[in-house]
Design a protein around this ligand. Structure first.
Ligand SMILES: Nc1nc2c(ncn2[C@@H]2O[C@H](COP(=O)(O)OP(=O)(O)OP(=O)(O)O)[C@@H](O)[C@H]2O)c(=O)[nH]1
Ligand SMILES: [Mg+2]
Ligand SMILES: [Zn+2]
Length: 356
């Protein structure tokens, strides 16, 4: 399969470092396993590991390859095994804060063109969560499409209302509703898939992502085997893997996320809450937090019922969270740095110089 067919567009072509290609081959990371990676390029598939240099130089999870990444790799053993030397610049990336109190990034996938934000039309449906996913996707420089799954569970009227509700908030966002059971709407989703483009499915556990992928794959069910049983005995996706569909589009299924923390999501927030940002220029104070200030144009709009209170709340909450997480992260990095310096001083004092 040619690199172009695997998604190596002109943008990546322009990033190629000729010094690297004399020794290494370009390949795409198609799966991230526990102990290794799977690469694909015009020579086929190979398992791979990263160099020690890449590992020891890494200061955050973002420095490791993610599914969808393009890398420079040295092929060994008749191309059956490879060593990843460097990650090529990323065109886009889907990131979030790791779950819990830990302040660290997690890279979900790289070089995605379109993200399918999947929500199910049952009790799980939640507009505020949808806004959260949109912030993450917009921040990652990725085109969002909202997929509403399990349309078989609600009436056509209810569905129309739900779609209208989303469009009221985000007039331009693309929405498609479908059912894995009745197959309704599946053709519309297929029509969205362009050969050579890379897609990613995100959304809570149990919304129907893997079932949709199986439906799009038709008979090739064996392809999606990284599915385990969770503590309630349900099947759940555990591994991120890039899968090529018959029409040449590539799609990454991801495990459902319980918690969706963001940080430093400036453009993600302003893209998702464009109407609020637009109003904010009229606030009396330039650094208005839109939570209690006098002369706040956003609060006035909430009062005037131009903006839903829940949407305003969600915006303010995410803004705060993003700033807090960013600050904590920077503080942590500073501490790590100080700790590193302390060790170096200690080593020098005791004559334990770092070997070259
Ligand atoms: N009613 C209805 N149920 C569906 C539909 N699609 C999937 N389901 C059911 O929803 C459950 C979860 O589906 P999955 O495809 O495994 O969900 P997922 O999003 O991949 O979940 P994780 O891998 O845990 O993130 C399964 O029991 C499916 O049978 C649908 O369109 N309608
Ligand atoms: Mg799944
Ligand atoms: Zn304000």
């Amino acid at each position: 399969m040619s690199l172009q067919e695997l998604g190596f567009s002109d943008w990546f072509m322009d990033q190629v470092d000729p010094a690297q290609t004399t020794e290494y081959k370009i390949a795409r990371v198609i799966a991230v396993n526990k102990d290794n990676y799977a690469l694909r390029n015009n020579a086929g598939d190979a398992l791979a590991e990263v160099t020690g240099k890449l590992m020891y130089g890494a200061t955050s999870p973002l420095d490791y390859p993610a599914v969808g990444d393009w890398v420079y790799a040295q092929y060994l053993d008749e191309n059956s095994f490879a060593i990843i030397h460097q990650i090529m610049p990323r065109k886009s990336s889907l990131q979030r804060k790791t779950a819990g109190k830990k302040i660290e990034f997690q890279l979900i996938a790289a070089n995605i063109d379109t993200a399918f934000i999947v929500q199910s039309l049952d009790a799980n449906y939640n507009l505020r969560r949808l806004e959260r996913y949109l912030v993450m996707v917009n921040q990652g420089n990725i085109y969002p499409v909202i997929l509403l799954c399990k349309s078989d569970l609600i009436s056509a009227d209810e569905l129309e209302q739900k779609i209208a509700q989303i469009h009221k908030l985000m007039p331009d966002v693309k929405i498609a509703a479908f059912s894995n059971i009745s197959d309704s709407g599946l053709d519309d989703i297929k029509a969205l898939l362009i050969s050579g483009n890379t897609y990613c499915m995100i959304g809570s556990s149990g919304v129907g992502k893997t079932t949709l992928l199986n439906n799009l794959l038709g008979g090739e069910m064996f392809e999606v085997q990284a599915v385990d049983k969770d503590d309630k005995g349900r099947h759940t996706t555990t591994r991120r893997q890039l899968i090529r569909l018959e029409n040449g589009a590539m799609i990454i299924d991801t495990p459902g996320m319980r918690e969706l923390g963001n940080f430093a999501v400036d453009s993600g927030l302003s893209d998702t809450f464009a109407e609020i940002v637009e109003l904010a220029v009229n606030c009396r104070y330039a650094d208005c937090t839109h939570s209690l200030e006098e002369g706040c144009a956003v609060l006035q709009a909430v009062k005037d019922k131009v903006i839903e209170p829940e949407r305003h709340e969600n915006y303010v909450k995410m803004n705060k969270e993003s700033a807090f997480n960013e600050m904590s992260y920077l503080e942590k990095r500073q501490k790590d740095k100080d700790f590193g310096k302390m060790i170096q001083t200690y080593k020098k004092q005791f004559g334990m110089r770092k070997k070259r």
